[in-house]
Each structure stands twice: as structure tokens, then as C-alpha cells.
Design a protein around this ligand. Sequence first.
Ligand SMILES: Nc1ncnc2c1ncn2[C@@H]1O[C@H](COP(=O)(O)OP(=O)(O)OP(=O)(O)O)[C@@H](O)[C@H]1O
Length: 378
Amino acid sequence: MADPPILPPASPPRQQNGPINPITGTPPAAAAAAAAGNAAAVSAVPVATVPEKDRLPKEGDEIVTEAGKKYKLGPVLGDGGYGTVFQSQDDDIKIAVKTEKFSKSQLKIEIVVLKAAMQANCKHFCELIDCGTKLKDFDYMMITLLGKDLHKLRCELPERKFSINTALRIGIQTLKACEELHRIGFVSRDVKPGNFAPGVKANRQSRTIFMYDFGLARRYIDKNNQIIGSRKEVGWRGTTRYGSLNAHKRQDLGRRDDLESWFYGLVEMTRGTLPWRNIVERNHVQKAKENSRLAGRVQFLFETPSQYDKIFTLIDSYSFESAPDYKQINKYLVEAREDRQLRDRERWDWEDETVSTTITTITSFSDKELRAKHEQSK
Ligand SMILES: Nc1ncnc2c1ncn2[C@@H]1O[C@H](COP(=O)(O)OP(=O)(O)OP(=O)(O)O)[C@@H](O)[C@H]1O
């Protein structure tokens, strides 16, 4: 994946008692024993014999969850900042298992986001199948298996850009994903093509784009549904190429910043390039982004639908607190499709010819439907 995100400093190593299990909400055995006054159980783990921490699993290992369910780890699907993602199997459904080093894990926030997304029936998020902790070694979560991310898929194409039909459909679905994330109360702070991927053909989800990787996500509304005010200067978050101007200014990020990052990604996927593609120095990237509002605007939006200009203006008009008008942005994208008389039934760029004729008549399965189907066939 191009441009890894800058992660916030890892949280300090967790205490001996270990974390609260993110899925069950229960403390680990030693902490539970201590809470129950069982001093012997606590002192049974003397400091000198504390096992080495932060050992990630490897292909072929088995993860046994607290409930006793076993997941055998298959091939590595990808490496992240603090861990590894493996392919695995949940009965006969192929799934992904994301693991992160115990002391550095950001999985807790990811799990909170995915649980909220499931509760709200969001369409563009992985299902959280299972999760837990291998004490002191790693945290893990079992989620829907996805295909290659949009950055990789784009780079495999001859001109490193999607067809306009695919690009606009991606635009519509990734916008919806951002809207869903915002609706459940979170901002991503790392929206980029590499954090979106279509589902897999086996699940009939290859025409649904999923948003993933919420390691930098943050709640933007409080318990009373009020927007948490900007903390002003908070340091850099996100990925240089797609970061908003506010991110460059190290400001607190809100919904509008996710959309600005989304828009840079959309332009890149449509044109195959961004003016700051080859710039490494972050301050120079900021200058290039500022110029894309001035004399460089024409170059930035060269050969993109005229509606992109309007979307850019709209996003730039928002403040930290603004509720973006997703409906209007979606309308612009649909209008761009209508101008070109694009049809939804046409093949997506990553589908092979043989699929397109059959898949157009089949609606895709949601994760819930897949699971119900599986239960029925038992
Ligand atoms: N559900 C999934 N299905 C298939 N592959 C996945 C899935 N989740 C993650 N991957 C693969 O693992 C890689 C790393 O995952 P992810 O981006 O979630 O981790 P990360 O630690 O947050 O990474 P980064 O540091 O790049 O942001 C991805 O680029 C992708 O190739």
C-alpha cells in the first residue's frame, strides 16, 4: 500500500492485569481473581517469569477464543503497522483474522466501530465475527474477507486509473461508507483508497465496497449526541497523500476532513494521478494541495466530470462542525453518470468477462444473509 499512515504514539504497555476483553468486557483471569480477593492466583504470575510479550502468531497457528472456538491461520493477506492479517475459515466461510501486538494494539477502537456498524446495519463494513486477546502476545479479530484494496486494484490497471463507470460507482459507495461511519458517531481520519476494498466473489460481494482499518478512528459526538468541540492543534494524523489541509495544519479532524481525503482519493482513482503524487516532503504536499484551489485547480481536476469541481467547492465550504450534505454530493455523482449514460449493469474493472453476464442478475448477499444461508444448510 502506498503511503503508510502515521500512527499516533503507541499506548504505553498495558498493566500486568491486562486489558478488558474487548468483546466480552470481562477482565482477564488474573485480574478477575484479584478482584475476587484470590491473592494466590495473582501471585502465581511472578514478575520474573512473565513471558515475553508481543509475539504475533504465524501461518499454521491456531487461535482458540475464550469461548473455545478454534481458528486455524492460513496464508498472510497483508501486514499492518502493528500486526498481520491472515486468511482463515469460519466453518466453510473464508474469513480474515487481523492480529496486532498486545502492547501496541489499536484493535479495541476497530472493534468498537465494527460493533456499532453492525448494530446500525451498515452495509459497507465488515462483519465482526469474533475477537479477543491472547494475553500479552496479541489482540485479534475475525472479520469478513475482502478482496484487494482499491489502491492495489488501480495500480494493476494499464493507465493506473479506473474506467469512469467504475470510478463513479466507487465514488458513490465510498461516500456512502463515510456517511455510515459518521452516522454511527465516528470519523476515520485515514480515508484513502487503500482502506477500501470490494468483497469477495465467493460471498457475492465483489460489487460492494467495504471500508476497513479504523485504527485512527475517533468518536466525534458525545453521549448526548453533541459534537465534541475541536481540540485545535493535536498533531498529524493520517496519510500524507490524502490528508486534508487541516491535517497538514495539525488541527483536530472532523467529518469534512474525511470527505476532503475521500475526494483526493476519488480524483486519483478517476484520473490515475494527483499533482502531489511524487512529492515526499509533507510541507510541499500541503503547498500543492493549496495550489489545487488556486491556479492549479484546472490541472488537479483535469479530465474529471464537471461535477467534481462542484463537489470540491462544497466540501471546502464546510467547517469542523458542519454536517456534510452527502445527499447533494451523491446527486452530483449520479448526475455525472447520467451525463455519460452509464449503466449499473456493466462490469466493474476487477470482474472478469465471464462473471459480468451472470452477476448482473444476482443481487449480492449481506453478511447476515450469508450466515443465515450457512445455518440453513447445516
Ligand atoms: N478483511 C480483510 N480481508 C482481506 N485482507 C485484509 C483485510 N483486512 C486487512 N487486510 C489486508 O491486510 C493489510 C493490513 O490491514 P490493515 O490496513 O487493516 O492494517 P493496519 O495495521 O491498519 O495497516 P496500515 O498500517 O497499512 O494502515 C491490508 O492492506 C490488506 O492487504
